[in-house]
Design a protein around this ligand. Structure first.
Ligand code: NAD
Length: 527
């Protein structure tokens, strides 16, 4: 579509550009997604390719390969071999690479965001946020020289124990479609910082940003073989989780895939961190600041078309009063949102990722309403922005009087659909959230500190917001989703992320100074 011209204003001077450049013309042919092994971009020799559709137009814009057996083998063998040398590159040199990497990611911020809009459909502002959250992890990784300090204690006279952390080896990464830049960047900078190597499989629906991220690492001076990108679906995933040369697996995506990946890789003795699905609730008390609460609900339920793992998909109003002032306000605010192509600067939300995702979301609405388990306050089904008749669009949708066994409550929908539930008290709201199998994020809106304190203490969710709708901590903390939203022990990024990629080693040494005193001259001269 014509707004692709935006891409032409961007810096297009590196190797991946040619893959995207062809797309500047209306009549462009689909570009071929390259792979990246040993710092070399190449076209797969596969005879199995997936079509990548622009979600705003349904047009096929790219071809993504199922990497061949040989290509998967080459990527893993390269990462494994490179680990032997990269683990010995000094931490100061790796830190210098990261400083340069941060600068390059920042310089290519708009370019990365454009590819995300093109392939994933989110608005340009949302795409810039996607890149920013990844860039912040790269900035955090620059602090490796202080974050990875060991410990040391003199445990008895002349005897010291020190604990250091050593890199773990090849890290395999399997990524989802909804944050094409942020999620590869949750791990790639930490791989560089800790002296590991990696094989990354981007989502087959959004590989473009990962290719640029890999290319920029090369430009930052990261040696060949440290970062390797391969493509595909189950076959690639199975290779990553089963190959003995891969020591740790990071996964972000749905429970269905994540539980299988966690169980399989774990049973083979690998370390696994798996961030999974979510059903995030926002609780609004009658004393909440109205403006703050309404803007929090609208941004977090409908932003990025509801396809953030931390999107709010359930609003819990507490008491009749809160319910009656909130409903008309959110209905009006949701109706005013502009749905359209991500390249249109006026759009506030774009399409969902695929035709299947759209029909699944529409059918969940239908099932919930026809079973009498929810009523429609706004119905966004069937909405098509002008000029985009084939896009996978759905307007903001609000379901009221939602029963707890309605599909719109029990399923993670991943679309701009908000279910509203009303409960009498804060204790009821806490009980409701704690009974939900997921534990990714939750937030409370109130002006009362005592209520906030009670909530903070009793809520069983890993990421808690108070007057903050999407409480994702900055990278010096960690992404601390819990219960059904996380499998593993060490979370992504922050100290836990560094610990995930390193293994502790203790060294206990005894140097008896009394020996020197007995044969003073001799010991000194023999040194
Ligand atoms: P997905 O599980 O369909 O795909 C994720 C990755 O797994 C992809 O690379 C895909 O190729 C692969 N995959 C898919 N099905 C597989 C299977 N059966 N076996 C092996 N591999 C498989 O997830 P998605 O649709 O790309 O992403 C959306 C999901 O990710 C949502 O559930 C969302 O909540 C979750 N998510 C969670 C977080 C978090 O931090 N908790 C962040 C982003 C997304």
């Amino acid at each position: 579509h014509k707004n692709l011209r935006l891409l032409s204003t961007l810096k297009l001077n590196t190797t991946t550009s040619s893959y995207f450049k062809s797309h500047l013309e209306e009549s462009a042919k689909p570009y071929v997604t390259p792979s990246f092994v040993n710092n070399t971009l190449f076209q797969s020799s596969s005879n199995e390719w997936f079509d990548l559709h622009d979600p705003a137009t349904n047009k096929v814009i790219a071809k993504v390969p199922q990497s061949t057996d040989q290509e998967l083998e080459d990527a893993i063998a390269t990462a494994d071999k490179t680990f032997e040398s990269f683990k010995n590159v000094s931490i100061i040199k790796r830190q210098q690479m990261l400083f340069k990497y941060v600068r390059l990611l920042r310089e290519n911020h708009d370019r990365l965001a454009s590819v995300i809009v093109l392939e994933q459909g989110k608005t340009f502002d949302d795409a810039k946020g996607d890149v920013l959250r990844g860039l912040q992890v790269a900035e955090y990784a620059c602090s490796i020289t202080t974050e990875l300090l060991g410990t040391n204690l003199e445990v008895s006279t002349d005897m010291e124990t020190k604990m250091i952390r050593e890199p773990i080896g090849v890290v395999g990464s399997i990524c989802p479609f909804n944050f094409p830049a942020m999620i590869p960047l949750w791990t790639i900078p930490l791989v560089i910082a800790t002296g590991n190597t990696t094989v990354v499989k981007p989502s087959e629906r959004v590989p473009g940003a990962t290719m640029i991220i890999a290319e920029l690492a090369k430009e930052a001076g990261v040696p060949p073989g440290v970062i390797n990108i391969i493509h595909g679906k189950h076959k690639t995933v199975n290779k990553i989780i089963k190959d003995p040369r891969i020591k740790a697996v990071t996964f972000v995506g749905s429970n269905r895939a994540g539980e299988y990946i966690y169980e399989t890789a774990n049973a083979l003795g690998k370390r696994v961190q798996a961030n999974l699905g979510a059903k995030n609730h926002m609780i609004v008390l009658p004393d909440a600041d109205k403006k703050q609460a309404i803007s929090g609900i609208i941004g977090s339920a409908f932003g990025a078309a509801g396809q953030r793992c931390m999107a709010i998909s359930v609003l819990v109003t507490v008491g009749d009063d809160a319910h009656s002032w909130i409903m008309p306000e959110i209905v009006a605010a949701a109706k005013a949102l502009r749905v359209g192509s991500g390249f249109d600067p006026k759009s506030e939300l774009g399409p969902v990722i695929s035709k299947q995702a759209l029909s699944r979301a529409e059918s969940i609405i239908e099932q919930s309403v026809s079973a009498g388990k929810a009523t429609l306050a706004i119905d966004g089904r069937g909405y098509r922005p002008e000029g985009f008749p084939e896009g996978y669009f759905i307007g903001p949708t609000i379901l009221e009087n939602v029963a707890l066994d309605a599909p719109c409550y029990t399923e993670e929908i991943f679309a701009p659909i908000l279910s509203v539930v009303n409960v009498p008290t804060l204790s009821d709201a806490i009980k409701l959230v704690n009974a939900n199998p997921y534990g990714n994020g939750v937030s409370l809106f109130t002006t009362n500190g005592i209520h906030a304190k009670k909530f903070e203490r009793n809520i069983d969710v890993g990421q808690v917001g108070i007057n903050v709708p999407i409480p994702v901590p900055l990278p010096m903390f960690g992404f601390t989703g819990s219960r059904g939203s996380f499998l593993g022990d060490l979370n992504f990024y922050g100290k836990a992320g560094l610990w995930f990629m390193t293994k502790p080693k203790t060294i206990t040494a005894l140097w008896k100074t009394s020996l020197i005193n007995e044969n003073e001259g001799e010991s000194v001269t023999s040194m």
